[in-house]
Design a protein around this ligand. Structure first.
Ligand code: GDP
Ligand code: GDP
Length: 433
């Protein structure tokens, strides 16, 4: 299951400072060459072998004063519902404020683990002052300095203990998430697939559409759809729409095998779309891009190519992804999108026999060996696919540390050319023989 850590708290307590610290190490590794936008408020982090998504709620709060506190209150409620762990951050230099008290009141009702994090404990003498936060009645206080990082290790040790490391893929049906910005057509495609308006099917008063899983079994297709549409209807504060949708999207993506990323043909691919793409990529999910509202575009024989090129530029370097142009309105190519998802699902579960892998890859490596470094030659002897949730390949060689990024890309491209992993992020490791 997905582990989502939400940092809540009033402004200026240090939420974004902690957030940046938590995703820093990972960011350097994963994002370094891909040049992704960094202005987002959620990211993937790792501690002692546990992966989790961190979300900084502060990034979604509006600036205008009248909605401000209402927005924060609602965010706390959303975080309680959607996150797996909540870090309630307070500031030791100011003590307890009214808003802190209010947030604590909500959190006391939460069934999720809540950690009270006393920030700006930059020196030992301030630890004593943190004791005031026991007044919240939320248990232990974790003293940290988000700025220097002190105390964060002890905090994370406890946080990861609460994670449920249930094995994924319990249910063998493929799970597809339809993700995308508001208004791209997510509800429409789901309603079209189902043949009725899903939003009407909320029978009992007081029950919201909490179940986001739809079992689709028609026309020879059998899969689970994970719905991220319609969720904005649950937020009352306009400013929280994006926060809620991001929260839901992260969760849905982590649960799914393939992410169907819907883009509005008229608006083109935007930063938010690219963020969703990278989130799926980093989580090693299969990806299909659906460009919807294709009926609204004036076309000639170059139009699809132009769109594809633009998308490739934005999602590079991982561009080996199917792109389907749909019109949900005119019921065009909807099943083509689903079939693309099926194919990506198969690709993601593909196992290449070791003998075949070596027969194909070793001659390629022999013709294009890794460049020698300081007069030393890397000899790659053997390759095998390692079992995992997504394709991983281990290349055994004498000097793995000498293999650089460009050569890894070369190998990845050759694997893709020869074995068809379209839509699937693959991982390549070089190991000492
Ligand atoms: P947010 O509004 O909760 O996201 O808070 P920020 O992360 O933007 O931090 C608010 C201010 O507190 C900034 O000026 C930070 O530099 C400062 N700050 C954050 N963490 C610490 C800390 O551990 N010690 C000190 N002294 N200042 C901090
Ligand atoms: P969601 O917010 O992503 O769930 O988007 P909706 O499914 O609610 O669609 C938003 C609007 O776009 C609605 O008015 C739809 O009728 C319209 N829409 C959806 N798909 C298409 C399409 O393929 N072509 C056109 N022209 N409009 C569409």
């Amino acid at each position: 299951m997905s582990n989502i850590v939400a940092i809540v708290g009033r402004p200026n307590v240090g939420k974004s400072t902690l957030f940046n610290r938590l995703i820093e190490a990972r960011k350097a590794i994963v994002d370094d060459f891909s040049g992704v936008t960094r202005d987002r408020h959620y990211g993937v982090s790792e501690w002692t072998g546990h992966d989790f998504t961190v979300i900084d709620t502060g990034g979604y709060v509006a600036n205008s004063d009248d909605v401000f506190e209402a927005a924060i209150r609602e965010q706390v409620i959303i975080a309680i519902e959607e996150a797996s762990v909540i870090l309630f951050m307070v500031d030791v230099t100011t003590g307890i404020t009214d808003l802190d008290d209010e947030i604590a009141t909500f959190l006391r009702k939460s069934k999720k683990p809540v950690f009270v994090v006393s920030n700006k404990v930059d020196n030992n003498s301030q630890q004593v002052e943190s004791a005031t936060f026991y007044g919240f009645g939320l248990g232990d206080i974790y003293n940290i300095s988000a700025m220097t990082g002190s105390g964060t290790g002890e905090l994370l040790d406890e946080v990861v203990k609460t994670f449920e490391d249930v094995p994924l893929e319990q249910n063998t049906l493929p799970k597809y998430t339809i993700a995308g910005r508001p208004n791209v057509g997510k509800s429409s495609i789901i309603n079209t697939l189902l043949g009725h308006d899903r939003n009407i099917v909320t029978p009992i008063a007081g029950t919201t559409r909490d179940s986001i899983h739809i079992h689709y079994n028609q026309f020879g297709h059998d899969f689970m759809l994970i719905d991220t549409a319609g969720m904005r209807k649950k937020t009352k504060v306009k400013e929280n729409i994006e926060f809620y949708s991001v929260m839901r999207t992260i969760k849905a993506i982590e649960e799914s095998d393939v992410v169907i990323l819907m883009i509005d043909a008229v608006e083109g691919i935007e930063a938010q779309d690219v963020n969703i793409f990278h989130l799926a990529e980093k989580n090693k999910k299969g990806i299909v891009i659906v460009v919807n509202k294709w009926d609204l575009i004036e076309k000639n024989n170059k139009t699809t190519k132009v769109f594809e090129d633009l998308i490739h530029q934005k999602i590079a370097p991982f561009t080996d992804v199917p792109i389907v142009f749909t019109s949900v309105l005119e019921k065009q190519r909807i099943f083509k999108a689903i079939e693309a998802a099926n194919k990506v699902y198969e690709n993601r579960n593909k196992k290449i026999p070791t003998s075949k892998l070596n027969d194909v890859m070793l001659p390629i490596i022999e013709s294009f060996p890794p460049p020698a470094i300081k007069g030393k030659y890397v000899k790659i002897k053997y390759v095998t696919q390692i079992s995992g949730i997504a394709p991983m390949f281990a290349f055994f060689c004498n000097l793995p540390q000498y293999i650089k990024e460009p050569y890894m890309r070369f190998i990845e491209n050759k694997l893709r050319e020869n074995f068809d992993f379209q839509g699937v992020p693959i991982q390549i490791f070089f190991r000492q023989k």
